[in-house]
Design a protein around this ligand. Structure first.
Ligand code: ACM
Length: 267
């Protein structure tokens, strides 16, 4: 069974929730018209990215799953769909840069970004749990957020947990991630779906080029560097169950964790 994976390449505006929510609704409408089954929405899509104070970040954060942005997203998934979005999350112990997955109208899981990038460290509490995999209608979906791409341990954990595709909300600033995600696909034999934002905010530029990659490292879809739009493609997620990179080599079974113990020690 093919799954139609959609990427919402958006341009949120910092401090303008109404604009961001309108953008979300526009994307959801296009996704419905394109029969998208699984939709990925960029990081911090409810709030924008480049906060100038903790107070500003706080004023733009919302509760998960009861905030307005989350509720709109949850409603869209009512008819058998899955969606993940990056959310500026308000919680009792501070703000989190979160990826929230909704399926069949309900919150399935919240992943709180573990690797905070640059000034994010001033606004957010770092997540302290490993990235999750959810099972939905017979397939397995992993999630990580933006800068997690630079830590290959994250996508490896998702692959070891059985993810067939890594859903990846992003606000990419450095120019490397789109290419790095091809490698993440090859070394784990998984699909990846990165939804990146576009535009500029307070001097920070975002690179677009949202993309879907395959377990063989093919780029199935890559969007332009500019412009807010939706694109989608059909994928057979079961291809990610074959971990053989040669007839003799399984990328998970051939690992040597006995040699890697150093990786679990702090540097
Ligand atoms: C990033 O993690 N938003 C670069």
């Amino acid at each position: 069974m093919m799954v139609n994976v959609g990427l919402a390449q958006m341009m949120p505006k910092i401090g303008d929730f109404e604009h961001n929510h309108d953008e979300l609704e526009r994307m959801l409408k296009m996704a419905s018209e394109s029969n998208v089954d699984v939709l990925v929405i960029p990081e911090l899509a409810n709030s924008g990215y480049a906060f100038d104070s903790l107070d500003e970040a706080r004023s733009l954060a919302e509760d998960v799953p009861h905030g307005t942005f989350c509720r709109t997203l949850a409603d869209w998934t009512n008819s058998g769909r899955l969606a993940v979005a990056g959310i500026c999350e308000n919680s009792a112990d501070g703000l989190y840069n979160s990826g929230v997955i909704f399926g069949d109208g309900r919150l399935m899981v919240t992943y709180r970004k573990v690797h905070l990038f640059g000034k994010e460290k001033e606004w957010f509490v770092a997540g302290s749990k490993e990235p999750p995999v959810v099972e939905f209608h017979g397939h397995r979906y992993g999630v990580m957020v933006c800068f997690d791409w630079v830590f290959p341990e994250m996508s490896r954990i998702l692959a070891v947990k059985g993810a067939q595709i890594i859903l990846h909300p992003a606000n990419l600033v450095l120019p490397f991630a789109q290419n790095a995600m091809i490698t993440r696909s090859i070394e784990n034999r998984v699909f990846t779906a990165t939804a990146n934002r576009v535009g500029e905010e307070r001097g920070l530029g975002f690179s677009g080029m949202s993309q879907v990659t395959s377990p063989k490292g093919d780029v199935l879809l890559r969007m332009p560097t500019e412009g807010s739009s939706l694109a989608c493609c059909d994928v057979d997620l079961t291809l990610a169950d074959n971990k053989m990179i040669t007839q003799q080599n399984d990328v998970l079974r051939d690992r040597r964790p006995d040699i890697y113990k150093r990786l679990t020690e702090p540097t």
